[in-house]
Each structure stands twice: as C-alpha cells, then as structure tokens.
Ligand binder design. Structure first.
Ligand code: SER
Length: 329
C-alpha cells in the first residue's frame, strides 16, 4: 500500500502489544509518523516505536487521561487494541472483564464525544463456544463463549453494533484467529504456542506443546492481520454490512502441521505434547472459519499459507538471533 498525504490523526491504544507494535508502524507509514500517536500503559521496548512518532503513556481505564489526549491531538481514527487474552484472562477474571469491557466503553464514549470518524477494535474467535459449529463456522451462529476474554469480546461486539445503530459511530471490528508474528510476543493467548514453537525450534530444536497434536485452530500471519485491519477501516461505510465483527479465516492449523513445516527447515526439530488447561479452551473454538462476508464486502483475501509463513518466520527470527538481538520470548 502506498503512503499518502492525509488529514488523519490516529490514536493506537495498546500500541506496544503483539498487534499494536506492527500496526502502529504501518499506520505511520501510511499517514506520516507525527500523525499516529502510540499509547500504552508502559513505554515501548521497541526503539522503532519511540523513534518513528509520538508516544503517550496512558491507561485506557483512566477516562480523564483519554480525554486529555483527545483534546491535545483531536483524533479522526482510534484503534483500540488493549486487552487481556484468553489464557491469561482465566487467571484474573474480574480484572479481565473490567479492562476489556470498561476499556472498550471508554473508547466508544470518547469517540462519540469527540465525533471521531472511525474506530477499530479487534474481536476474536473466542466469541465462539462449545455449541458453535466447529468447521467453516458461519458469520451468524450460536455463540456461547466460555472464557472471560470471549465473553468480553462477545459483549463488546454487541456494544459496537449498538453504538453504530444508536449513535451513528462508525466502529468496525474483526474476529481475529490466532496471530503469528516474529516482532513482539503475544500476551497470554491460547494460540500462543504457534509463535513460541518457532522461537524454541531455532533456539533448542525442540518444543513441548501445551495442546494436543491434532488441535486444529484458525491462524493468521501478522502481515495478513494488518492488511485486514487497514482494508476494513478504509472501506467505504456502505460496504461494511457487518457491524458486530467480521469472521476472518486464515489457515486451519494443528501443532503437528506447524511442527512438520518447521521440520522441513530444521530436520533435528522435535515436538512433544503436554496438554494443560488451555486444551479445554482450544476445544471450544472453531477449527476453520467461513469468512465469505469479509471477502464479499471489502475484498478480504489472505496471502500467506503455512510454508510461506514458516519460511518467513524462521528467516526473520534467525536474523534477530544472529544480530544478537534479545528474543522477545
Ligand atoms: N489469540 C487469542 C487467544 O488465544 C484469540 O483471539 O486468546
């Protein structure tokens, strides 16, 4: 996507996380570094984030701080990415609910007050549950999430649709599958093994997986996840027919598949399986997703398959290792 001159002023909340740290840089490339404010509860570890544009330390639970930021910059777009994920959320359900829910409502209220043109907020496959069809999961289907994270994402989707219907707030959302990336570590998700396995393969040539070998889950490589967010936010409002959150498929992968793909590059690599409490969460989620609404409405089409992603992950992680950069995991 080519850089363009715009009047957009963008706020990214949760800019230092797995998605935020890459999406913020892409937004700065698109809109200019000075026009994209990275905000997070703690300063970034990645120098690139600090050097390429403004950073503001802010807690999404602090509405006064958010209003202060909004009056300082006057944002046209807000990307709200801060959340506690599925596995970590089960260890602290009360705070997870508060951060995920109050954080979203703060952002929606702020956007309404400030007449922000567009808001992006990621939902997740965690909105689905044991009674959801697990193959080719439809856009509209039974949803009975059984993690606090999933419950907060499902409620959040309904709030997004509510703010759109009642207040005309142009908020857009995607149900991300597991995200795989090499730059910043994920934070406490059930799908995190799919990142960790690449780090361990390079460092130790072995990995002990906390899910069974045949646990298929939908996954997406980060470059595709970023393009999805940008394309959805840039789509004309008339093309956005889903105002809760779009299903987004990618690859349907099990640990044994990723292990086999790594094996092609690292023949000595060995995997073992020690399922823990995350198995139950994974077993309640879809194995593959029907994302035809996203494909039809705004042209969603992922580029990466497992071999292409594996080659890219290993090459980039190897470069990090040989440059002696500390590994994020
Ligand atoms: N990757 C997330 C998790 O595992 C799902 O959205 O919690």
């Amino acid at each position: 996507m080519a850089a363009k001159a715009t009047k957009e002023m963008v706020l990214v909340i949760g800019a230092c996380g797995q998605l935020g740290s890459e999406l913020t840089l892409e937004l700065r490339y698109l809109y200019g570094g000075a026009n994209v404010v990275a905000a997070d509860i703690a300063p970034p570890k990645q120098a690139e984030l600090l050097e390429s544009g403004p950073f503001e330390q802010a807690d999404v639970l602090d509405m006064k701080a958010l209003r202060h930021l909004a009056s300082k910059y006057t944002f046209t777009h807000i990307y709200h990415l801060a959340a506690i994920l599925s596995a970590a959320g089960e260890k602290n359900p009360e705070f997870t609910w508060r951060l995920n829910m109050d954080g979203l409502l703060h952002v929606l209220d702020l956007a309404r007050e400030q007449k922000t043109a567009r808001v992006f907020w990621p939902s997740s496959i965690a909105v689905f549950g044991p009674h959801t069809p697990r193959h080719h999961t439809p856009q509209y289907t039974p949803m009975d999430p059984n993690t606090v994270y999933g419950i907060s994402k499902q409620a959040g989707e309904l709030w997004c649709a509510y703010y759109f219907e009642k207040y005309g707030l142009d908020v857009r959302s995607l149900r991300y599958p597991g995200l795989i990336s090499y730059k910043a570590p994920p934070g406490g998700g059930t799908t995190d093994y799919a990142v960790d396995i690449y780090h361990k393969a390079l460092k130790e040539q072995k990995y002990a997986c906390y899910l069974r070998e045949d646990t298929f889950l939908p996954m997406l490589y980060m470059p595709d996840a970023i393009i999805a967010a940008l394309d959805l936010v840039q789509a004309p409002a008339s093309q956005v027919t889903v105002r809760s959150a779009y299903n987004l498929g990618g690859m349907s992968l099990a640990p044994k598949d990723i292990a086999a793909a790594i094996h092609e590059h690292i023949p000595a690599f060995e995997i073992s399986y020690q399922p823990d409490y995350r198995q139950q969460i994974a077993d309640s989620w879809p194995q593959s997703i029907d994302d035809s609404s996203a494909r039809h409405d705004w042209g969603w089409k992922p580029a990466y398959d497992l071999p292409a992603m594996t080659a890219d992950m290993l090459q980039n992680l190897k470069t990090n290792l040989s440059a002696n950069a500390p590994l994020p995991l």
